[in-house]
Design a protein around this ligand. Structure first.
Ligand SMILES: *[C@@H]1O[C@H](CO)[C@@H](O)[C@H](O)[C@H]1NC(C)=O
Ligand SMILES: *[C@@H]1O[C@H](CO)[C@@H](O)[C@H](O)[C@H]1NC(C)=O
Length: 549
C-alpha cells in the first residue's frame, strides 16, 4: 500500500509517497494433505511438467548446458506419497558397455553434500551424544593446540553442524584437498601466467583418500576463519569431524550408523556411502566423481541415493517419523544469518530461503540442502508450510540443476499457495451464527494475507471494534486468523493477529505477541474451529456456519 506523507523542510512542504510495509504473519494456512489422485495434484503435475519441458527446450537457446549429456531425476512428495516425478536420460552417458538405460526413481546418483543432513539426523537420533558439548569431549586429540590455532574446546557439535564453528572449509595436509589449486591439473600450467608466486612444495602431493586420523591431524594444525559462533562460513571439515564423533561415540562405522538409525527404519535400501554397481547408477560422460572414494569425508559428501529414497527421507521429516514433532520443529529452524539481508539463513545444516509471495508479501520458508561433486549436482527442499518435499538430482551440468531448482521452486510455491487458499475458502469461509442474530462471525479470504475476520458481533456489539479499542489497534488493520497447529478438544486452535503497518523497527515483536489479552481466563485471540462440525468457538460461545462465503 502507498502512503502519502506531508514532509516539510524549512518552509517548503511537499507530499512524499512511501511504501507502507505491513506486518503479515507467515504460516497462515494449515498444510494441505495432498494425495496423488486429487485434482490439485493433477493440476500441479501439469504445471511442473510444463516447466521441465521448457527447461529442456530452453537449454540450447541459452547454450548453458546440454540435454544430450545431462540426466536428471525429480520428485515432489507430500507427507503421504510422491505426487509428481520427472526423469530425463542423456543421449550420451559415461556408462561403459551398458546398454542405454533410462533414469527412474531407482537410479543412483551421488548426492554429495545432502549427506550432511544424514549426519546431523544420525547425531540427533543418537541419544548418547549431546550437541552442546565441545567437540573435544569426543575427540580429545583436538584439545591440545597452540594459541594461534583453532581452540577446539570452544567449539560445540551444534556449531559444527550449523557452519558456525569459524573453521576452514576443506581438509588439507596429507590427503585429498577439495579446494587446493595445486591439485587442479588444468590450472597448473597457468600458475605463473595467473600471477601466483612459485609454490614452496615442488613435488606433487599425493592425493590419498582421507582417513579420520588425517582429518583430525589436519584439524590440529589449521588456523581459524572466524571466532567460534561469530559468523557462518561453509565447512566440509565440520561434517567429517561430526562423522568421527559418531564413530567415537558408538564404536561403529559411519555406514553402519546411518543404516541403523536412518536408512533401515525408513526402508531406504538404495542409499549408501559405498559405490553401488555402475548398472544401478547414471554416470555422466564428462569427468565426474562417480567412483571417487571419499573415505572419512563420507559424512560430509559421500552418499549415493535415488529420488525414491530421498522422497521417503523428506516424508519422514515432514511426518516426524524418526524424530518427534517437537524435535522436527526444532531442527527446521534458522541458526545464523548467511551474511547480509534476512532472506537466507543457515540451519543445521539447512540452507534456508524466505520466499516473498505476492500480493501480500507473506514469506514462505524453504529448508533446502544442495550438493555438488564433479558431474553430480543435487538439491532437496522442504516446504513445511505446505507439507511438501522436492528432490532434484542431476548427473551432468551444474547449470541444469540451477535452472530446474529456480524455476520449479518459484512456480511451485505460488501454485500450492493458490490451491491451499481454495481449500481454505471451501472449508472455512462463511458466516457463522451464535445464540441468535446478535452473535455473528464472518470469515473471508483474499489474494493477499490469510483468513480474515470481517465481522465479529458479540451480543449485538461490534466486537472487532472492542478488540481494537482495548489494544489500540488502528481502524486500517485487519484481523487475520492464523492456524497454530495445536489441537484442543479435537478442534483446531487458531489465533487472531492484526496486519498492521510496520514502519517502525521494533514493531514485529509487538505484533507477534499473539496471546495478547485474556477475558475471564480465556484468550481473546483464540478461536477453536471444527470443520467437521462447521463451528467456531470464541470466548466460550459456539458459532455454527449458516452459509458459505
Ligand atoms: C614459502 O616459504 C617461505 C620461506 O619459508 C615463506 O616465507 C612463505 O610464507 C611460504 N609461502 C607460502 C605460500 O606458504
Ligand atoms: C447481552 O447483553 C445484555 C445487555 O445488553 C445482557 O443483559 C445479557 O446478559 C447479554 N447476554 C449474554 C448472553 O451475554
Amino acid at each position: 500500500m502507498r502512503l502519502r506523507l506531508l514532509l516539510c523542510i524549512g518552509s517548503t512542504c511537499f507530499i512524499a509517497l512511501v511504501n507502507s510495509i505491513k506486518y503479515v504473519p507467515s504460516f497462515v494456512f494449515p498444510p494441505l494433505s495432498l494425495n496423488a489422485g486429487s485434482e490439485v495434484a493433477e493440476a500441479l503435475r501439469a504445471k511442473l511438467s510444463d516447466i521441465v519441458r521448457n527447461v529442456l527446450e530452453d537449454h540450447s537457446v541459452q547454450g548453458q548446458w546440454d540435454a544430450a549429456t545431462s540426466s536428471f531425476a525429480i520428485q515432489l512428495t507430500s507427507t503421504d506419497e510422491t505426487i509428481w516425478a520427472s526423469y530425463h536420460t542423456a543421449a550420451v552417458t559415461g556408462d561403459i558397455g551398458a546398454a542405454q538405460k533410462q533414469v527412474t526413481g531407482q537410479t543412483a546418483f551421488r548426492v554429495a553434500s545432502l549427506s550432511k543432513t544424514f549426519t546431523v539426523l544420525a547425531l540427533l537420533l543418537e541419544k548418547s551424544i549431546h550437541l552442546d558439548d565441545p567437540v573435544t569431549d569426543y575427540i580429545p586429540e583436538l584439545s591440545h593446540t597452540s594459541e594461534n590455532l583453532i581452540q577446539w574446546h570452544q567449539i560445540s557439535l551444534r556449531a559444527l553442524a550449523s557452519h558456525l564453528a569459524g573453521i576452514p572449509r576443506d581438509t588439507g595436509g596429507n590427503c585429498f584437498v577439495w579446494n587446493e589449486i595445486l591439485d587442479r591439473e588444468d590450472i597448473l600450467p597457468m600458475l605463473a601466467e595467473l600471477g601466483f608466486p612459485p609454490p614452496n612444495t615442488s613435488e606433487r602431493r599425493e592425493q590419498n583418500v582421507c582417513r579420520i586420523e588425517d582429518i583430525i591431524e589436519n584439524a590440529r594444525q589449521v588456523t581459524p576463519v572466524y571466532n567460534p559462533n561469530d559468523r557462518s562460513t561453509y565447512s566440509n571439515i565440520a561434517f567429517s569431524l561430526l562423522g568421527a564423533v559418531l564413530q567415537r561415540a558408538t564404536g561403529e562405522e559411519y555406514e553402519d550408523i546411518i543404516r541403523a538409525t536412518v536408512l533401515d527404519p525408513l526402508d531406504m535400501h538404495q542409499t549408501t556411502s559405498l559405490k553401488p554397481l555402475d548398472s544401478q547408477g547414471i554416470i555422466p560422460v564428462d569427468k565426474n566423481d562417480w567412483r571417487t572414494d571419499l573415505g572419512a569425508d563420507a559424512p560430509t559428501a559421500g552418499l549415493y541415493s535415488t529420488a525414491d529414497d530421498l522422497s521417503k527421507y523428506l516424508r519422514s521429516i515432514l511426518g516426524a517419523e524418526l524424530l518427534s514433532q517437537a524435535e522436527v520443529h526444532q531442527w527446521l529452524k534458522p541458526v545464523s544469518w548467511s551474511s547480509s539481508g534476512s532472506q537466507s539463513a543457515y540451519g543445521m545444516p539447512w540452507e534456508i530461503q524466505r520466499m516473498a509471495l505476492n500480493p501480500g508479501g507473506r514469506v514462505v520458508d524453504i529448508f533446502a540442502k544442495g550438493g555438488s561433486l564433479k558431474g553430480y549436482y543435487s538439491s532437496i527442499m522442504l516446504f513445511p508450510e505446505f507439507g511438501l518435499g522436492l528432490t532434484i538430482l542431476v548427473a551432468g551440468a551444474e547449470t541444469c540443476l540451477d535452472e530446474l531448482r529456480e524455476r520449479l521452486a518459484t512456480a511451485l510455491v505460488p501454485a500450492i499457495d493458490a490451491a491451499t487458499r481454495d481449500h481454505v475458502r471451501s472449508q472455512y469461509v462463511g458466516k457463522y451464527l451464535g445464540k441468535g442474530e446478535g452473535w455473528r462471525i464472518e470469515l473471508e479470504i483474499d489474494e493477499g494475507s490469510g483468513l480474515r475476520i470481517v465481522e465479529w458481533t458479540s451480543n449485538g456489539t461490534n466486537f472487532l471494534q472492542s478488540y481494537r479499542f482495548l489494544q489500540s489497534i488502528p481502524e486500517s488493520s485487519q484481523a487475520i486468523l492464523v492456524p497454530t497447529g495445536v489441537l484442543l478438544r479435537e478442534k483446531e486452535s487458531w489465533r487472531i493477529t492484526w496486519d498492521r503497518s510496520n514502519n517502525r523497527m521494533w514493531s514485529d515483536f509487538r505484533f507477534t505477541n499473539v496471546d495478547d489479552i485474556v477475558y475471564d481466563n480465556t484468550a481473546l485471540s483464540e478461536m477453536l474451529i471444527s470443520t467437521k462440525r462447521n463451528t467456531i468457538e470464541a470466548l466460550g460461545i459456539t458459532y455454527t456456519k449458516a452459509y458459505e462465503g
